[in-house]
Design a protein around this ligand. Structure first.
Ligand code: PNS
Length: 161
């Protein structure tokens, strides 16, 4: 099949603990490039998560109705194979993201040479935004407006009530 008529499926992987407007911006950019974007939530993260994988998935669905989202454990490249996806989407914010992202992209490429990692730039409004910062703000009862969708804000408020 010629490449241009192939269904271009991309996976956007992450911990999403919780999803922020920065992630949503990356997903929307990805949807403009690919035929389908699947959000893949890492289940067995080395990070200690505030929200269970089921809650993280539920918050993504509530924030982006209609989005395809699944959990995965083990290697990302194995998830890509199961989904017939050839592309990984990652967002790039500051230069400080680069080392980690470069390492992951190289690792995935050597494990599955047929795949490509595509980086999209994060919107300037979300340059500084990440899930860790959001949790820190929520813990200290700071404003979360403009950082996370409403269902996420509610879930964070409940956690730190
Ligand atoms: O946005 P995050 O939380 O930094 O996402 C990290 C993630 C989930 C993309 C990464 O940890 C991952 O892909 N883990 C699965 C294990 C894997 O495939 N490792 C080899 C490539 S580094």
């Amino acid at each position: 099949m010629p490449a241009e008529t192939k269904n271009k499926i991309a996976v956007y992987p992450g911990t999403f603990d919780p999803i922020t407007f920065g992630h949503i911006d990356v997903i929307r950019r990805g949807q403009k490039i690919f035929d389908k974007v699947i959000v893949a939530v890492l289940e067995n993260s080395r990070k200690t998560c505030l929200f269970s994988v089921d809650v993280r998935i539920d918050l993504i669905r509530k924030s982006l109705p209609g989005i395809e989202v699944e959990s995965f454990s083990g290697l990302l490249v194995d998830f890509l194979k199961r989904k017939n996806a050839l592309f990984v989407i990652r967002g790039l914010r500051a230069v400080s993201d680069f080392d980690y992202e470069f390492q992951m992209a190289i690792a995935n490429k050597s494990l599955a040479p047929e795949t490509e990692t595509v980086f999209v730039m994060t919107d300037k409004e979300h340059f500084y935004l990440n899930s860790t910062l959001v949790k820190e703000l929520a813990k200290n009862r700071a404003a979360l407006k403009d950082l996370v969708p409403e269902p996420v804000e509610q879930a964070l408020r409940k956690k730190f009530d």
